[in-house]
Design a protein around this ligand. Structure first.
Ligand code: PMP
Length: 374
């Protein structure tokens, strides 16, 4: 089947075509078992093999050190907004947060049900050398010494999917004067898109439905010593210790999502792994940002050094053209480009599974659309 559309959805998002083809071929009969993976017992040897390979491949791709455990859970990243405090707050009253956009704001709001949220950096509207910089268009700096002693952890969102703001580097806890405070990242939308210093983090979590596989699976990478900080009221199914001790099968796991994630991991390894993806992702994003910056019609307000390589929001200077842009794009097979309602305009999500050819097709359309309206 030929490629007919390019899907720029923010998530659930495009999956690598070879993965879908393999899943289709194996749908009714996985490796001669006579069963679909969906029909298998999660405790049987076949699924146990699928799960173990997925965990091992994810560890290899992310270079997860042995100090850290990988858990597969459910409940999504929004679930983790509650699950993290339930698991890490014992003996603490507060945690510290970087507020860089919509998703970190949501995390902070949820945390307030469990403890005191100290916002130590906030990307509010500021005046800088480029003029007025709108809120949530940059990574705010954390002042050394601003993280209260006794914080259970420092949370940040490594890529703000809605606002298109990405941390190039994780907050450096030692230089902020709090090397002993665990660093927690919501990496839902840039996991596996580039190498990440896992050892610098106490915990990294996210939903699978962008760079990993279908919705329904949540990944957690956690430093071993943090498995035992749960509050007594933490539900068993969401207790990191319980999930770890039960090999990510305390309750029935999302088996099919794990199977597809495993195929995506194998595909990523065949592409050369995360470092190779990072180089392709950088080229894709640069092509799109160069097109936006070079045009008189399109605009992206994010500080250039903090622009996301995964989610590229852009506005049309003439907003009246939005609907026409979207419908003509769809006619060309360029789909799901409408921006998030809180930001407006357009958003192109260009995760690992979006090839350079898809971004080239989008750029070609954008240039033609602008020229025809000049
Ligand atoms: N955090 C980030 C950065 C996200 O992009 C998303 C989903 N778009 C979420 C959290 C929420 O994830 P879920 O719907 O899986 O709970």
């Amino acid at each position: 089947m030929s490629q007919t559309v390019w899907n720029f959805s923010a998530g659930p998002a495009v999956l690598p075509r070879p993965v879908l083809e393999q899943a289709a071929a194996e749908m009714l009969d996985w490796h001669g078992s006579g069963m679909s993976v969906m029909e298998m017992s999660h405790r049987g040897p076949q699924f146990m093999q699928i799960l173990q390979e997925a965990l091992d491949d994810f560890r290899e791709l992310m270079a997860v050190p042995l100090t850290h455990k990988i858990l597969f859970m459910q409940g999504g990243a929004i679930g983790q907004n509650a699950i993290v405090p339930l698991n890490l707050l014992q003996g603490h009253e507060s945690a510290a947060f970087v507020k860089s956009g919509s998703w970190s704001s949501k995390t902070i709001k949820e945390f307030a049900r469990y403890g005191r949220a100290d916002v130590v950096a906030d990307a509010r509207e500021i005046k800088d050398s480029s003029g007025l910089r709108p809120a949530n268009t940059y990574v705010p700096a954390i002042a050394p010494g601003s993280i209260p002693a006794g914080s259970a952890y420092l949370h940040y969102c490594s890529n703000e999917t809605i606002d298109g703001v990405e941390f190039r580097q994780a907050p450096d806890m030692p230089s902020l004067g709090c090397a002993s405070v665990p660093l927690v990242a919501d990496a839902s939308s840039n996991i596996l898109s580039r190498p990440m210093d896992v050892a610098a983090h106490g915990l990294i979590y996210g939903g699978a439905q962008k760079n990993i596989g279908p919705a329904g699976l949540t990944f957690v990478i956690i430093r071993e010593d943090l498995l035992d900080r749960a509050r007594p009221d933490c539900p068993s199914a969401f207790s990191y210790r319980q999930v770890y001790d039960n090999h990510s099968m305390y309750n029935t796991p999302p088996t099919y999502s794990i199977y597809i994630a495993g195929l995506v991991f194998k595909w990523l390894k065949a592409q050369g792994g995360v470092a190779a993806m990072a180089e392709i992702n950088r080229r894709k994003a640069q092509l799109l940002y160069d097109t936006i910056d070079g045009s008189g019609l399109y605009i992206n307000r994010v500080r250039p050094s903090d622009r996301s390589l995964m989610n590229v929001p852009f506005m049309l200077r003439e907003e009246a053209l939005n609907t026409e842009f979207l419908s003509l794009a769809a006619e060309r097979g360029l789909l799901q480009l409408k921006g998030h309602k809180s930001v407006g305009g357009m958003r192109a999500s260009i995760y690992n599974a979006m090839p350079l050819a898809g971004v080239e097709a989008l750029v070609d359309f954008m240039l033609t659309f602008e020229k025809e309206r000049a």
